[in-house]
Design a protein around this ligand. Sequence first.
Ligand code: HAM
Length: 430
Amino acid sequence: MSINVPRGTKDILPEEMFKWHALEELVRDTCRLYQYKEIRTPIFEHTELFTRGVGDTTDIVQKEMYTFTDRGDRSLTLRPEGTASVVRSYVENKLFGLPNQPIKLYYMGPMFRYERQQAGRYRQFVQFGIEAIGSKDPAIDAEVMALAMKVYEKAGLKKVKLVINSLGDTESRQAHRDALIAHFEPHIQEFCSDCQNRLEKNPLRILDCKRDRENPLMTTAPKLPDYLNEESAAYFEKVKHYLEVLKIGYEVDPNLVRGLDYYNHTAFEIMSEGEGFGSITTLAGGGRYNGLVEDLGGPEAPGIGFAMSMERLFLALEAEGKSFDNQESLDMYVVSMGDSAKDKALSFVSELREHNMSVEMDFLDRKVKAQMKSADRLHAKYVVVIGDTELETGKVALKNLSTGAQKEMAFEEIVENVEQLKLSWQEELA
Ligand code: HAM
């Protein structure tokens, strides 16, 4: 019996790797421009980090974590998201003490959630996320959203929209929470058992329930914006103002609540409006989490960030009929005929690689025709054929496979002119 990948996971095969590399480069480059620095935290953490950080009433903690006990009897969990880990690291490594504040970090890596598999929803997926910790300036909220939108723009996506809301500060949230309990309590028997549990623990989560979505009490439920106190409302106005300064279009959705407990003030999601993108339209989500650093044992340090799934970005690109260009083609294929030619091919290939050229040759003792076919399939820019004549004269015909142009050159001449060859290949194409 053959063994397949676990449900909800997939292999990323070499032929699709170029788009991952292209996106990773785009992300790193954007983070460099915005001055976010990479951080890498472990794939697993103490389970308590997520129960405390993400919140023990959230779906993530209640239903979706990959939790296991290690041989030392510790409860560990494969990270379902990145924010809790980054904040733990920020506290543990005392990044709040560094001279340059706020601390601006980014991460890219696999996250794990036990969710029902469907298009765009996996059990292992790659998140790119950023966290800005140590500033409560609403301008940084706008910057964080701007960076997310910039990544989509650079990737070539057109049909994306930014949806924002304010969850308010603790006082506003408490007032809203009380109103929600009063609203749902008399009818809570009509709701699913999860919602019944949520009523006291976290009534905001009821609004997020997929099973009770159609219940009319959902639409008449008290809306967060009506419960924002003056300070929270003013903060939200500032965030919107800075988005306008940055000329970033947005929509306010008073029903936007996020699936994690640590949020307050700004909450946002970026959705795809591409046709055929499927039922899951959220590309990215994020928000402000003032108080999380303190909850995880650090000093007062407000934070904001977002995360996006790389897989969903690719799906959205596909839905818009776009893709990344494959820039990872082969510079040269060296064809050889006979044993002596093979010796020469091996050393020539190795020399060219020393000079930064990506080169391939035959390792299956194939005929010239088959080797030429390989060169074609690998989209080699140049091909040379080494046989007895070439060994004698020390010269080969260098062929540009896209234009068909040929030029006779000595082996050393090719090696010496590697950079020039790469350039002229592009020029001939242009
Ligand atoms: P989240 O909304 O749980 O937030 O996830 C953020 C993004 O991760 C989603 O918008 C989606 O693109 C992707 N995602 C989540 N679950 C899956 C899945 N099962 N399959 C594929 N993609 C998925 C967070 O994770 C927060 N840590 C974001 C954040 C950072 N807030 C502040 N800082």
